[in-house]
Design a protein around this ligand. Structure first.
Ligand SMILES: [Fe+2]
Length: 310
């Protein structure tokens, strides 16, 4: 499948209450690779199999949550076109110069109707995954440390105006709707899962009265056994687990939700099916069956899923 336009999630910057405690969690337990620290005190990480310099950035602050979520686009011409398209649609955009984030080019930042800051960028230095480009090895020491996900996969964000968010992502940014949960009256969507490529979701949103909230950032593992191993690692390290290991009905991904020391939820997951953009009919869950969509075996709409965000 040709990939143009918005390619994939590229980075998430989140706030933590204690930077070094956050570093210990994301580096030693989750197993991300620390790739740098900048003059603002931010700490940069990547997953071991990612080639670009960074995908997950920690910033110390007084409250937890998400600063912004960024998507990599094909090239600079695409970045400029999407910036123009956003402005023509009525979205105010801001250009953040190259170098504001380590090893990252110019970014186009804009606020979406749910109150989240979304970014697009075309350039980020490729540092490789350590396996080499000629006769590459299959794994490295980084792939054996901690939970060791292969990539930052997606985020679920909570905020108001999900219908307007869906319209913006599908009509301007080229995403398509993969799955949805209907509102109780069936007239709208209370939650949506959107893809910009061949993944079952690149970003998801759920209706919530407070703007700009983070439900979770998700990190991909390759097997169900690795998800179970992630649960073992969480238990050994006394990481607070929210839900799982279990399987979602929505996306069919196999998952654990847990919290970092600042109360930001993160997900370790694997699986899900692979949709194509010509799948014109999104899979639909009725609100009364949301519990099966969240936790397929237990068919339970866990209270924390609806109420705990950062
Ligand atoms: Fe997720």
């Amino acid at each position: 499948m040709a990939m143009t336009g918005v390619l994939r999630p590229g980075h998430a910057q989140i706030r933590v209450l204690d930077l070094e405690e956050g570093v210990r969690h994301y580096r030693d337990i989750l197993g991300l690779v620390e790739t740098g620290r900048d003059a603002q005190g931010r700490v940069y990480f990547k997953c071991w199999d990612e080639r670009d310099h960074n995908s997950f950035i920690l910033r110390q602050a007084d409250c937890a949550g998400l600063d912004f979520f960024g998507f990599k686009v094909l090239d600079t011409a695409t970045l400029n076109k999407l910036d123009a398209d956003l402005q023509a649609y009525g979205v105010k955009t801001e250009r953040i110069p190259a170098g504001d984030m380590l090893e990252t080019g110019e970014r186009v930042r804009f606020e979406i109707p749910s109150g989240h800051l979304i970014e697009l960028y075309a350039e980020k230095t490729s540092v490789g995954n350590g396996c080499g480009l000629v006769n590459p090895v299959a794994w490295t020491a980084d792939s054996e440390r901690g939970i060791a996900p292969v990539r930052l996969d997606h985020a679920l964000l909570y905020g108001p105006n999900v219908a307007a968010v869906q319209k913006l992502f599908t009509e301007v940014l080229g995403f398509y709707l993969v799955e949805r949960v209907l509102t109780p009256d069936g007239a709208g969507n209370v939650a949506i899962w959107l893809s910009c490529g061949h993944k079952v979701h690149d970003i998801a949103f759920a209706e919530y009265p407070e703007p700009g909230k983070l439900h979770h950032c998700s990190f991909l593992l390759e097997t169900w056994e690795e998800v179970l191993r992630a649960g073992d690692i969480m238990s050994v390290n006394k990481t607070p687990v929210d839900i799982g290991p279990t399987r979602h009905g929505v996306t069919r991904g196999c998952t654990i939700y847990a919290w970092d020391p600042s109360g930001n939820r993160f997900e370790t997951f694997m699986g899900g099916y692979q949709p194509y953009p010509d799948y014109k009919e999104a899979l639909t869950w009725t609100f009364d069956n949301f519990g099966q969509g969240l936790d397929y075996p237990q068919r339970k709409l866990h209270e924390t899923f609806l109420t705990v965000v950062s």
